[in-house]
Design a protein around this ligand. Structure first.
Ligand SMILES: Nc1ncnc2c1ncn2[C@@H]1O[C@H](COP(=O)(O)OP(=O)(O)OP(=O)(O)O)[C@@H](O)[C@H]1O
Ligand SMILES: [Mg+2]
Length: 495
């Protein structure tokens, strides 16, 4: 079968001519990995230093070793040090370390970048410890009775009656006699209410016999289009609504991971990402990389730089003929926990590499995030074209490309912005029902919560101006509940 160059791909590829590798009758356009390879750690004779190894070794690349250690590394791997030098400004009087213009020395760029990465990691770690002392682990806040009632779909007065009748968990009472429910209390109440529900599933909306696990890929190769924010709020809202949810961070940048209180540089030094379960060489059972979060019903597979291994190993495995149907590796790994979850939410990296393709091949539902600005929409056009071309190639191998739904979700939308409104109208006219009705509004509440690595569902309403918080949370709930309805519809239920 002749290899097919995906239309539009060339625009995204610079440098060497793209190479094609055939496997099992499938031609894969290896050049999609070029942007990924560009981010890889320093090269070695055998290829490069792997991220996990590099993470461990980075400790020995600290201040005292600096350039000497880097060059020793190069000697060890029989490669020349990278001949890129930069000059910084003059030493300051006080000699403080953490400022970038403090040395007269010529330094290798890789040493400088490594040093900066270590400073940043240390500062972020210190910040996390100061935000979440003493064990630096996150906890879910408690919910006011009105919020708990809304999550359960009952009235506040009914919830109060349950409490007064001694039914279900006892809420915490504030000095002002307000009732506070933990996320676990809410889950217990769900189980209780479901026993006397008028209709099965009124309070526990998850799968029933015959329903298939929903795997939702949140994607777009445009960086900053709101993938992680969408994925995190969706996963948390679904979990709080009673679904059993697994969130997967498939992005080496690991933002979803950090949002859930796991710091990749410190907590994942010996692996623990999905890579362990999808690698070609001796993969681990997926259960070994799943961890519980501080939210009941929500588990997480964190991500870190090691995920890049999959991008590098896949072309090698393809050329050696032992990659099999590589694009099904995520799907096959998830099949091991099919009975444990109702919904899997995958936060994809901002590129169309092998990880994203594997997520696409596993997905039963696809959410494409769009920030309604012209440049973003133009970029999405390329993303869609390349995705379709790549999926064609995969489909030619006999893979089933059917899916339950695909939707566009408008992110960081500003209703008062006329150009954005024109783009939204344009997209809605063109794509109709494929664009979610609800849109994620741009809100300082969402970005401010992100600054302390929290979602809006985690922060206290009192931390914001009420109207700001309410507006943002309403828009997030509307988006997430529309997706919940899609899930229900997929399972053949009226919503
Ligand atoms: N609705 C919103 N209102 C305000 N800020 C937002 C909103 N959604 C996302 N942001 C902010 O925009 C930035 C980018 O969002 P996010 O990280 O979710 O994008 P992404 O597509 O995952 O990025 P990447 O491609 O790098 O993975 C973040 O700082 C986030 O806090
Ligand atoms: Mg992201």
């Amino acid at each position: 079968m002749p290899a097919v160059l995906p239309a539009g791909a060339a625009r995204f590829v610079s440098g060497p001519k793209p190479a094609f590798r055939g496997v099992g009758g499938v031609a894969i356009y290896v050049a999609i990995c070029v942007p990924v390879v560009c981010l890889a750690p320093c090269p070695t004779k055998s290829g490069r230093i792997y991220p996990r190894k590099a993470l461990r070794e980075s400790e020995s690349f600290g201040n005292s070793h600096g350039k000497a250690a880097i060059n020793a590394k190069h000697r060890e791997h029989d490669t020349a040090p990278v001949d890129v030098r930069i000059v910084y400004g003059k030493d300051s009087e006080n000699g403080a370390r953490g400022q970038m213009s403090k040395t007269q020395e010529h330094e290798d760029l890789n040493a400088v970048i490594r040093q900066h990465s270590e400073w940043l990691a240390q500062q972020l770690h210190a910040q996390r410890e100061s935000l979440f002392p003493p064990d630096a682990s996150k906890k879910m806040r408690k919910f006011m009775s009105g919020e708990a009632a809304a999550l359960l779909g009952v009235t506040d007065s009914y919830l109060r009656k349950l409490h007064l009748d001694g039914k279900g968990p006892s809420p915490e009472l504030t000095p002002g006699n307000r009732r506070l429910y933990s996320a676990r209390d809410i889950q217990e109440l769900r189980v209780l209410l479901e026993k006397t529900a008028r209709k099965a599933g009124d309070y526990l909306p998850g799968r029933r016999d015959g329903d298939h696990m929903q795997i939702i890929g949140v994607m777009n190769f445009k960086g900053g289009s709101g993938k992680t924010t969408t994925a995190a709020h969706l996963a948390q809202r679904l979990a709080l609504s009673g679904y059993r949810v697994l969130a997967i961070d498939l992005d080496p940048q690991a933002s979803l991971t950090a949002l859930h209180g796991v710091q990749p540089e410190f907590d994942l030094v010996d692996g623990g990402t999905l890579y362990d379960a999808i690698r070609y060489d001796d993969p681990d059972p997926i259960r070994t990389v799943i961890r519980q979060t501080y939210i009941p019903n929500l588990d997480l597979i964190p991500g870190n730089l090691e995920l890049m291994e999959f991008e590098h190993e896949t072309p090698r495995a393809l050329s050696q003929g032992n990659a099999g149907l590589f694009f099904f590796r995520v799907k096959e790994a998830l099949a091991q926990v099919d009975g444990d979850y109702d919904v899997v939410v995958i936060d994809c990296p901002p590129q169309l590499g092998f990880l994203t393709m594997s997520a696409l091949s596993a997905a039963t539902g696809v959410l494409v995030t769009i920030h309604p600005e012209m440049l973003d929409v133009m970029s999405m056009s390329q993303f869609l074209r390349m995705t379709a071309d790549l999926m064609d190639v995969i489909a030619e191998s006999g893979a089933d490309m059917s899916h339950d739904w695909m939707r566009y979700v408008l992110t960081r939308y500003e209703p008062a912005d006329a150009p954005q409104n024109r783009i939204v109208a344009f997209l809605r006219t063109m794509y109709g029902d494929s664009v979610l009705n609800a849109q994620m509004l741009k809100s300082t509440a969402i970005s401010d919560a992100g600054l302390t690595k929290q979602t809006l569902y985690e922060v206290e309403r009192s931390a914001f101006t009420r109207s700001t918080y309410d507006r943002a949370v309403e828009s997030l709930n509307a988006v997430n509940d529309e997706i919940s309805q899609l899930i229900q519809k997929t399972w053949g239920r009226d919503t």
